[in-house]
Design a protein around this ligand. Structure first.
Ligand code: F6R
Length: 608
């Protein structure tokens, strides 16, 4: 979603800000704007390239802020794009998040005679800061004064015409980091915007404010108590955040799946003991072990990884698991006994607000919270008590691919770890560990067969409706296949437990309705095969995704067959996810769509 970048230093800020916006494009946006001290503001609805083209040569300066906006209050127009200023044009701000009480503040300011140009909550905040920014008041004090009156969320950067060599940043539930360069400083909502310039960062926490000048930076609370914060080093490099010759980040990231699994497993397997070690969980292991229930919370594809985790944890660790969407958990009446329940949150970005709020709800109940997170230092990584990092590297494509695979891999590791403590035999542990070790090569084999998946995708690129069906371990992968086809190929698709077909959905089957059935050679093979028969008997079209050795058995039955190598049934979801993601990619490619940035979507969903 929206992106924030700010720069202050000896160099020309404009190209740095525009380049930063380009690096933030993947998050999803619909308009962009920039303010450079001494030059003013420029905004455009549409692409960053349109903004860049509109910038005159003399639009230079050494201090500025820039923003990509994903519309929440008001349409994605030039007027609503950020930066916004106060009525006198003195204070300029860019803002991620939502000011919940903006209507009340707006009404009060209107009574004072303020006339607003845009429909945004951000302009209201700019006006409020402007009101506090009377003569003699410093920008940082005006920002703090205004933020004390605000309810909602913000990742904010402010600049001022009166103090042109200063930037102020603030955070509440929307990420903000400071980049520390050599005699220059950055503000960013996402590391990718500043990776090219520095890997030294300071993460702002909720309620913290930073003041940046050419001489350095100061961080304080909203009440202006000074804080001493640690500078941390980002793990990722610029290389890993680029396309490396692929047409799309999504393809590049799927091609990285084997390496991702290797990175997720690295240093965590104990093959001889048939066990696993996860340093991030060491201190809380006794508490997790004694839990009577694990609640997994996540959104979208991460929640489907969570459903695989549910089956793995119940199967190997014997702990009852419940998966609840982040957006639902906090609104439900539930019994979260801190002695019995552990909450495990799964998130690639670590910034998904629904998931964060679910964690906060669990914390209010005193429940131990754990994170399975990819972005180091992200909000979820910091808000949970303990956890396991994915080590999947940056994921830029809006549709999550390698991160989902690594989430399932981490959940397999946690299941073995808890399983071995709860009675899983060393022989079973050894077998699972050795099967896990095979996954990177098996994933390579699937990717080497991608052309055959592309040919099948071409054949079905014009379908308008599709079911994805699977049982047991493959049921969450049916959900994953459907979400991917929906989000990047814009095809109506439903993921179903295959056994549910006969309870209603089968009424939809006719020749143009595609069913992709996950039917690997596992304990559900015969049952899933029967589902294919039922669909065929009603004239439906079927693609079967199976495992090597079963192709011939299914060829006469399904219209097309995709096959993946075999592995332990419980780990197969990690492999069958790859063809469903590839299928969606190739269908979207055939339909000529914007694969990395599908319409209406954002990479990091930081609003509720
Ligand atoms: C689907 C997809 C989304 C995310 C979801 C959670 O391809 O990318 O459904 O999985 O928005 O995002 P994170 O994992 O960042 O919390």
């Amino acid at each position: 979603m929206c992106g924030v970048i700010g720069y202050i230093g000896p160099r020309n800020a404009t190209p740095i800000l525009i380049e930063g916006l380009r690096a933030l494009e993947y998050r999803g946006y619909d308009s962009a704007g920039v303010f450079v001290a001494g030059r003013g503001a420029l905004k455009r609805s549409g692409k960053v390239s349109e903004l860049a083209d509109a910038i005159p040569e003399d639009f230079t300066g050494t201090c500025g802020i820039a923003h990509t906006r994903w519309a929440t209050h008001g349409a994605p127009t030039e007027t609503n794009a950020h930066p916004h200023c106060d009525p006198t044009g003195t204070v300029w701000i860019i803002h991620n998040g939502i000011i919940e009480n903006y209507a009340d503040i707006k009404a009060a300011l209107e009574k004072d005679g303020v006339i607003f140009k845009s429909e945004t909550d951000t302009e209201v905040l700019a006006a409020l800061i402007g009101k506090k920014y009377t003569e003699g008041v410093l920008l940082e004090d005006a920002v703090c004064g205004a933020l004390k009156e605000v309810r909602g969320t913000y990742g904010l950067a402010a600049a001022s015409v009166r103090e042109p060599e200063k930037l102020v940043a603030a955070r509440l539930s929307s990420p903000v980091m400071l980049g520390i360069g050599k005699d220059e400083y950055y503000i960013a909502s996402d590391a990718s915007a500043i990776l090219k310039h520095t890997r030294d960062v300071i993460y702002l926490e909720d309620g913290e404010v930073a003041t940046l000048t050419r001489e350095g930076y100061e961080i304080s609370t909203l009440s202006r108590t000074p804080l001493d914060k640690k500078v941390e080093t980002l793990e990722w490099d610029v290389e890993s955040a680029q396309k490396k010759g692929y047409d799309h980040f999504m393809m590049k990231e799927m091609m990285e799946i084997p390496e991702t699994i290797e990175n997720t497993l690295r240093g965590r397997l104990l093959p001889k003991e048939g066990d696993v070690k996860l340093g991030g969980l060491r201190d809380v292991l006794p508490q997790i072990r004694s839990a009577k229930r694990i609640m997994i919370t996540a959104c979208g594809s991460a929640s489907y990884a969570g459903r695989v985790g549910e089956l793995l944890l119940e199967e190997f660790a014997g702990i009852p698991v419940e998966v609840e969407l982040g957006s639902e958990l906090r609104y439900r009446r539930h019994t979260m006994d801190p002695k019995e329940t552990v909450l495990l949150a799964i998130s690639q970005s670590g910034e998904t607000l629904d998931t964060i709020e679910a964690i906060r709800e669990a914390k209010r109940h005193g429940v131990l919270t754990l994170g399975v997170v990819n972005v180091v230092g992200s909000s979820i990584a910091r808000e949970t008590t303990a956890g396991v990092y994915n080590h999947a590297g940056p994921e830029i494509s809006v549709a999550s691919t390698k991160a989902v695979i690594s989430q399932m891999t981490v959940l397999a590791l946690i299941s073995i770890l808890l399983g071995r403590q709860n009675g899983l035999s060393s022989t079973d542990g050894e077998h699972l560990v050795s099967e896990l070790q095979k996954l990177p090569d098996l994933a390579r084999t699937i990717l080497s067969r991608r052309e055959s998946i592309q040919a099948i995708a071409k054949k079905y690129a014009k379908v308008q409706n599709a079911f994805f069906l699977g049982r047991k371990f493959q049921c969450p992968i049916a959900y994953e296949g459907a979400i991917k086809l929906k989000e990047i190929a814009y095809i109506h698709a439903e993921g179903y437990a295959a056994g549910e077909m006969k309870h209603g959905p089968i009424a939809l089957i006719e020749p143009s309705f595609l069913s992709v059935v996950l039917v690997p050679d596992d304990s559900m093979y015969e049952k899933s095969k029967s589902n294919i028969q039922e669909i065929r008997a009603r004239g439906g079209t079927v693609i079967a995704i199976t495992t090597d050795g079963k192709e011939d058995d299914l060829k006469g039955l399904a219209d097309d067959v995709i096959s993946v190598p075999n592995v332990h049934e419980a780990l197969l979801p990690i492999l069958t996810t790859i063809p469903v993601q590839l299928f969606a990619y190739y269908v979207a490619l055939e339909r000529g769509l914007n694969i990395d940035m599908p319409r209406n979507l954002a990479k990091s969903v930081t609003v509720e």
